[in-house]
Design a binder for this molecule. Structure first.
Ligand code: SF4
Ligand SMILES: [Zn+2]
Ligand SMILES: [Zn+2]
Length: 307
């Protein structure tokens, strides 16, 4: 197998694009996809402050690498990294250390914030108290809220998330099968500014999970390989398996799912305009109170033994 770009021995077969690539051209191929996504999703300006959410896993560490590679030399432009520690034993603590170490090596300021300090609880406590809802249902909602609150505190202009194509296609299909049009309409990237909400950018959304893994190996990007102990309880795994199976038959299946969503997005704008401040915490929401406050109330009820 020869590289489609230079004719040397190729190591990577890009089935959905009909390409074979050597290491060097594989890295170039991924870099150009990420740059293109940045161009399509956002126009950064001088003086902007961007916040990169880094869990310590392969995707967000890859994102940090890309951000540094593309914008590291920009003047009058601030890059900051944050890890949200949800309180899952020592799992995220270990992740936060790796994220902090890598950020420092790139000269990027890093901070760890916790559910405990922002919400007064941990995912572990919630998981022990409520055995009817999966911990991820709480954890994902709480993380989004804490990230948005922190981004506002530091006056960030954008939050960057390391969601890859696999994650993205899963979220689209998940929202479709749940019939959750409102949630589907709010998927990042966010092009308009909504009061109280820091726009989220997803520069890796056209990069497959496996491509990120391969790239990180080539470029020696550190990351934590350990999975969250609650990950297998997440419904997301069912969608992952479904899309992976589909991809075996149709290598472009995940891209087509994303492209379908992109075409649909303009028609969903009506749903997006319904955001207003939560009556309890003031965070933007579609209902009277936000999902995070709703879940927090549920947790408090469970904790005190009220059904
Ligand atoms: S897998 Fe679930 S519980 Fe674990 S960090 Fe992710 S959302 Fe939270
Ligand atoms: Zn090549
Ligand atoms: Zn709220």
């Amino acid at each position: 197998m020869k590289c489609s770009r230079c004719g040397r021995d190729a190591e990577f077969k890009i089935r959905y694009a009909g390409l074979s690539l050597c290491r060097e051209h594989f890295v170039e191929f991924i870099d150009s996809k990420v740059k293109k996504e940045f161009r399509e999703q956002v126009r950064f300006r001088k003086g902007d402050r961007i916040l990169v959410a880094v869990s310590g896993g392969k995707d967000s560490m890859h994102l940090l690498h890309q951000v540094n590679k593309i914008f590291g030399e920009w003047r009058d432009f601030e890059i900051m990294a944050v890890t949200v520690d949800e309180g899952i034993g020592d799992f995220r603590k270990q992740c936060a250390e790796v994220a902090e170490g890598y950020s420092k090596s790139l000269g990027i300021e890093h901070k760890t914030i916790t559910f405990k300090e922002y919400l007064g609880l941990t995912t572990e406590e919630v998981a022990k108290t409520d055995n009817e809802l999966a911990p991820c249902t709480y954890c994902g909602v709480f993380r989004r809220k804490v990230l948005n609150v922190f981004a506002k505190e530091i006056e960030a202009d954008y939050v960057l998330l390391g969601l890859n194509l696999d994650d993205f296609a899963q979220s689209i299909v998940m929202n479709v099968t749940r019939g959750d049009v409102a949630r589907l309409s709010r998927l990042a990237p966010h092009h308009e500014r909504v009061p109280g909400f820091v726009p989220r950018i997803v520069p890796l959304r056209r990069v497959l999970e496996q491509e990120i893994r391969d790239y990180n190996e080539i470029e020696n990007i550190p990351y934590v390989r350990r999975r969250c102990p609650y990950a297998s309880m997440a419904i997301r795994d069912v969608y992952r398996e479904f899309l992976d199976n589909l991809e075996k038959r149709d290598p472009a299946a995940k891209f087509s799912t994303l492209n379908f969503f992109e075409k649909l997005k303009p028609y969903l704008s009506v749903e997006r305009e319904k955001l207003h401040p939560c009556k309890i915490c003031g965070e933007p929401t579609v209902g009277e109170i936000c999902k995070a406050c709703e879940l927090q109330q549920r947790y408090e009820r469970k904790k005190s033994g009220i059904k």
